[in-house]
Design a protein around this ligand. Sequence first.
Ligand SMILES: [Zn+2]
Length: 238
Amino acid sequence: MMEKLYLDNSYLKEFDATIMAIDSNIVQLDRTAFFPTGGGQLCDTGTIESNNRTYKVLETKKSANMVMHTLDNVEGLNLGDHVHGKIDWQRRYALMRLHTALHVIDAVMVKKHNGGQITGGQIYEHKARIDFDMEGMSKELVEQIIAESQQIVDAAQPVTVRMLNKEDAAKVEGLARTAPGAELLKKLDVVRVVDIGDIDFQLDGGTHVANTKEIGTIKLIGYENKGARRKRIEIALD
Ligand SMILES: [Zn+2]
């Protein structure tokens, strides 16, 4: 079982590991801090060092619950080699800040404005968007939601991660905010929950900042009315 270090510690920037498999330019490790693309969050990039050589990690993907690291080349790497991994922290931290910001916005929509289900979301390095099913959305309301989200950010709420077993998770209503999330919840034995103070909790596999104040300033960069119940909010951070 490979250890996904990013699930326990979003702030881990470097780690040591052993090579478990090499297939063309793709390397599997026994443990990793590289977050693979998933749940709307883009993957980490960075480097691994081994035998005094540095290899670029171009992409990280999940496959059958394993993390696949695509390198620029694997010359000189062998099974069982020890490696030192370093993630591109600037990129990861930007993704973390945006991911937590989307959860804050989501919480404001659901709790204060009777928001419907989240139908999609994507976190890029410099911006993020959230799609949702909600009636009666206007530009004024979107601006109000962003302003209320900023108040939560400025109130420096702690963001924490906890693990629930299947039985306990089943007792909590509203853990999954999306349709794929609800499907996933049925299959999981251990459920990872991200809490933002007492404002929000949800099933989540992403990396988050430890405190909302790290988000900074939320800027509304776009709002789209894609249909009666299909809306999109796009944000960036300062
Ligand atoms: Zn999330």
